[in-house]
Design a binder for this molecule. Structure first.
Ligand code: NAP
Length: 465
C-alpha cells in the first residue's frame, strides 16, 4: 500500500474501445472533481471496435478514431495495454487501487443459431470473419478458394458488412487497411453467390438504409430479392427507416426480376458494369430461418425454412429450401462476457446496472463500480450512441464520489503486474505499432496496413521492457 497526498481521484476504465474512450473523455472534461484515468485493454492497441469492428471500407466511421485519439492528449489519461482485468488484476485489487472502476468491455462473444451442423467447418460467426478481415490478432485464417456460395444469417448492419466484403471487388478493398494476406484470399475467392437470409421481412430488418443502399448499388454485383419477401407489408404502418429500406429493396427487386418459385434466380445474367473480376450475385432471402447445415466434413448445403409471424412470433411453415453454400456466417448478434468477480446477468449477457451504476448479485447498487457501452445496454446502437451513454454513467460516478475523499492508501498496480510477469504497454508503445502500420501502408500506396499477428505486435512493443 502507498499513501497519496494528492487530492486526486483515480478511475480505472476497463476497455479502450469507443465506449471506454468516451467515458474517459467525459471524466477528464468535467470540472467538478480532479480525476486521473487509467485505461486498460487486453490488447496492445486502443480503439476496440473502431479498429477491429468497423468495416475497413468505411473510413468515415473510422475517422471517429482520429477524434477519439485526442483523448490521449489529456494529461490525466494513461493507456495500459496487454492487461486483462479480472485475470492479471482481480476486481478486489482494482477496487483497492482506484476510487472507481468503469467497465467498458463490450460484447466479446457471439450468439449461436442452435441449428444442427452449426459446428461443421465452414460455419463461423460474423464476429470471427470481421476479426479476420479487420486484422485482429486472435483471428484464424480463412481460405475462400473453393467456396462458390456463402450464406449470411441475419438482417443487421454486421450482416451487410460481411456480405459486402464477400461480394465487393477486392481491388476496391485494396485501398483499405486490410492485411495483405486477407486481400490475397479475397482476390482468390471463388464466390459467385451470397445469400443474406432473414427470418423476417424487409420491413423488420435491423439494418440502416444508408448501409443497405451501399450494398444494393455495388458495381459488378447483381442483386435479387425473393418474390414473396414483400407479402403482407402494410406501408402505412412503417416508420421512416423501415419504409426507406422497403422502398430500396423493392427498387432492387424490380431491377433484377424474380424467379417464379420464390427461389433466388441463379440463372440471371451478369451485371453490365465492367470490373476487374466477373460479377457476383447477392440474394436477399427474407422470411427464412436456419434449419440445419449439411455436409460430411465441411458445410455443403444450408437448409432454411419459410417462416411467417403468428401471434407476434416467428414460426416455421415446413417448406424448406437448400442453399448450395460452403460458408455460413451467422450474424445474429453479439453477446457480453462476464468479467471474473464482477456481477453478470446471464440472459441479456450484460453487467446489471441502473443507468450505469453496477448492481450486485444482492440486487443493490455496488459502490464504486460503473459500466458503459454494450456490456451496459447490450449490443445495440452506433458508435456515437456511446457518447451519451458514457455521459450518463460518468454523471452518476461524479455525483457519487463528490463529498467522499479519494482513497487514502492504494494498492500499487504496477508492482502487482510486475510480480506476475505482466508488462503493460503504454500509449507510446502503441504509437510504434501505429507508425509501423502507416509505413507498411505507404509502401503499398495506402494509408495503413494492419499488423495482424500477436508475434509482430509483441515484437513491436517489446524492446522497451
Ligand atoms: P442487429 O442489428 O441486432 O441484427 C441482428 C439480426 O439477427 C436481426 O436481423 C435479427 O432478426 C437476427 N437474428 C437474431 N437471432 C436470430 C436467429 N436465431 N435466427 C435468425 N436471425 C436472427 O445486430 P448486428 O448486425 O450484430 O449489429 C450490432 C449493432 O452494431 C447494431 O446496433 C448495428 O446497427 C451496429 N452496427 C452499425 C454499423 C454501421 O453503422 N455501419 C455497422 C455494424 C454494426 P430479428 O429482428 O428477427 O430478431
Amino acid at each position: 500500500m502507498t499513501t497519496r497526498a494528492a487530492d486526486v481521484y483515480r478511475v480505472a476504465v476497463v476497455g479502450a474501445g469507443p465506449s471506454g474512450l468516451f467515458a474517459a473523455q467525459a471524466l477528464v472534461s468535467q470540472d467538478r472533481l480532479p480525476v486521473e484515468v487509467d485505461l486498460y485493454d487486453r490488447l496492445p492497441t486502443p480503439y476496440g471496435l473502431l479498429r477491429y469492428g468497423v468495416a475497413p471500407d468505411h473510413p468515415n466511421i473510422k475517422a471517429v478514431a482520429t477524434a477519439l485519439q485526442k483523448v490521449f492528449d489529456a494529461p490525466g489519461i494513461r493507456f495500459h495495454g496487454l492487461v486483462r482485468v479480472g485475470e492479471d488484476l482481480s476486481r478486489d485489487e482494482m477496487l483497492s487501487a482506484y476510487d472507481a472502476i468503469v467497465y467498458a468491455v463490450g460484447a466479446a462473444a457471439d450468439v449461436a443459431m442452435g441449428a444442427p451442423g452449426e459446428e461443421l467447418p465452414g460455419s463461423i460467426s460474423a464476429r470471427q470473419f470481421v476479426e479476420w478481415y479487420g486484422g485482429h490478432p486472435d483471428a484464424s485464417p480463412h481460405d475462400l478458394g473453393t467456396t462458390t456460395g456463402a450464406a449470411v444469417v441475419g438482417l443487421g448492419n454486421v450482416a451487410l458488412d460481411v456480405a459486402r466484403v464477400l461480394v465487393k471487388d477486392p481491388e476496391a478493398l485494396a485501398v483499405t487497411d486490410m492485411p495483405d494476406d486477407v486481400l490475397d484470399v479475397l482476390r482468390a475467392s471463388a464466390i459467385d453467390d451470397v445469400w443474406i437470409v432473414g427470418r423476417r421481412g424487409p420491413a423488420q430488418a435491423a439494418f440502416t438504409t444508408k448501409e443497405l443502399r451501399e450494398i444494393l448499388e455495388l458495381p459488378g454485383v447483381e442483386v435479387t430479392v425473393n418474390p414473396d419477401a414483400f407479402d403482407g407489408i402494410d406501408d402505412a404502418t412503417l416508420d421512416r427507416r423501415c419504409a426507406a429500406n422497403v422502398a430500396a429493396l423493392r427498387e432492387a427487386a424490380t431491377r433484377a426480376g424474380h424467379a417464379a418459385d420464390g427461389q433466388p434466380d441463379l440463372a440471371a445474367g451478369v451485371d453490365p458494369v465492367v470490373t476487374s473480376r466477373p460479377a457476383r450475385r447477392l440474394h436477399f432471402l427474407f422470411w427464412r430461418r436456419p434449419v440445419r447445415l449439411e455436409g460430411t466434413d465441411h458445410v455443403e448445403s444450408f437448409v432454411v425454412e419459410r417462416t411467417r409471424v403468428e401471434g407476434g412470433r416467428v414460426v416455421g411453415s415446413g417448406q424448406e429450401d437448400a442453399l448450395p453454400v460452403q460458408l455460413v456466417l451467422r450474424s445474429i448478434g453479439y453477446r457480453g462476457v462476464a468479467v471474473p468477480g464482477v456481477s453478470f446477468e446471464p440472459v441479456d449477457c450484460v453487467i446489471p446496472n441502473r443507468e450505469g451504476r453496477v448492481v450486485g448479485e444482492d440486487g443493490l447498487v455496488a459502490a464504486r463500480e460503473y459500466v458503459v457501452g454494450w456490456i451496459k445496454r447490450g449490443p445495440t446502437g452506433v458508435i456515437g450512441t456511446n457518447k451519451s451513454d458514457a455521459a450518463q454513467t460518468v454523471a452518476h460516478l461524479v455525483d457519487d464520489l463528490t463529498g467522499t475523499p479519494p482513497l487514502a492508501s492504494r494498492v500499487e498496480v504496477a508492482g502487482l503486474l510486475a510480480a506476475r510477469g505482466v508488462q503493460p504497454v503504454s500509449f507510446e508503445d502503441w504509437q510504434r505499432i501505429d507508425a509501423e502500420e502507416v509505413a507498411r501502408g505507404q509502401a503499398h500506396g495506402r494509408a495503413r496496413e494492419k499488423v495482424a499477428t500477436w508475434a509482430e505486435l509483441r515484437a513491436l512493443v517489446a524492446h522497451e521492457h
